[in-house]
Design a protein around this ligand. Structure first.
Ligand code: NCD
Length: 305
């Protein structure tokens, strides 16, 4: 594995071996000194051209837990405003000694393109509405640790699927690992074409509540035009929101997930977001471990404990 760009590039056994590796890093992160020297001397650079809280910090935390150094490229204060191209920017980051680049960009295919311009490994931290592969890994790890498996579980992905790179990555990862996936959304928030996706589609959340093991909620992506395709937010909440009433209709062992950032009161009610069966913060914690696994794999680190 040279880069980590698209879940579609991975086979089931690749996903499983990354998850196994991540399980080991969870154990390391629980130690009193949650740090190993595996990537000492390496420099991981994050270059996020779109806003991020979790993903960027999580990569930095993961790099540091492996004893790598980190550099953060901040587009807002950079020479991009002087017209420097993405290609020149990337090559500058490499020339400065980056051993790996984590890239987030609003353009679909950006990370792949960047990987053609640099000789160092590239990790996709999100490219437009296309892919967010480390999110899919952390979601799969969260599910696997909770249920002991992914195979055979029924996962409903609910909400703004059309604009969601998380959904596109999760569908591929969950189904590759043997889960059954149902997309639940108004037609206007479904992708234009879902032919060939390994999923069922359902227009009613109430219909699937009693059958699913995992309800995966997505944010309505206002910045990508999400809010313009249904009549009003109250209308969205009444049909697709995870309200207290809907939460009560779930099977007792079922869990709720969300990649963050949450719009409380829209796709998820306050009380649900704060319930112990909502694993939102567990997902964040697992994010560090899976990113350690990805960095470790791409930078060929050695665990010498
Ligand atoms: C998401 C993203 O940016 O793709 N967040 C994340 O990385 N955890 C989802 C979103 O913005 O809704």
């Amino acid at each position: 594995m040279k880069h980590f760009i698209d879940i579609a590039d991975l086979e089931r056994h690749d996903l499983e071996s990354l998850l196994d590796e991540a399980d080991g890093f969870v154990e390391i992160l629980e130690r009193p000194i949650p740090k190993v020297p595996a990537l000492r001397g390496k420099t991981v650079t994050t270059a996020f051209f779109e806003p991020s809280t979790r993903t960027r910090l999580s990569f930095e935390r993961a790099a540091k837990a492996l004893s790598a150094d980190t550099m953060t490229f901040a587009p807002g204060t950079s020479s991009l405003s002087k017209g420097e191209s993405l290609k020149d920017t990337v090559q500058t980051l490499e020339a400065m000694g980056s051993d790996l680049l984590v890239v987030r960009h609003r353009a679909v295919g950006a990370a792949r393109r960047v990987s053609e311009w640099t000789s160092v490994p590239v990790v996709n931290g999100g490219d437009g509405a296309h892919q967010h592969p480390t999110q899919a890994l952390l979601d799969a790890l969260t599910i696997r640790r909770r249920f002991g498996k992914v195979e055979g579980l029924h996962v409903a992905i609910v909400g703004d699927i059309r604009h969601s790179r998380v959904a596109r990555s999760d569908v591929l990862a969950f189904s590759a690992l043997g889960a059954r996936v149902t997309l639940v959304a108004p037609r206007t928030l479904l992708p234009v074409v879902t032919d060939g996706w390994p999923v069922a589609v359902c227009a009613s959340l109430d219909e699937v509540l009693g059958e699913v093991d995992v309800v995966y909620l997505l944010r309505v992506q206002m910045e990508r035009g999400g809010a313009t395709v249904f009549p009003s937010l109250p209308e969205y909440v009444s049909r697709f929101g995870m309200t207290r009433q809907r939460f009560a209709a779930l099977r007792p062992e079922a869990i709720v997930m969300h990649p963050g950032p949450m719009n409380r009161g829209v796709e998820i009610a306050n009380e649900v977001a704060d319930d112990p069966r909502a694993l939102v913060l567990e997902q964040v914690a697992m994010g560090v471990a899976v990113r350690m696994a990805v960095l470790f794999r791409l930078l060929g680190g050695e665990l010498d404990e």
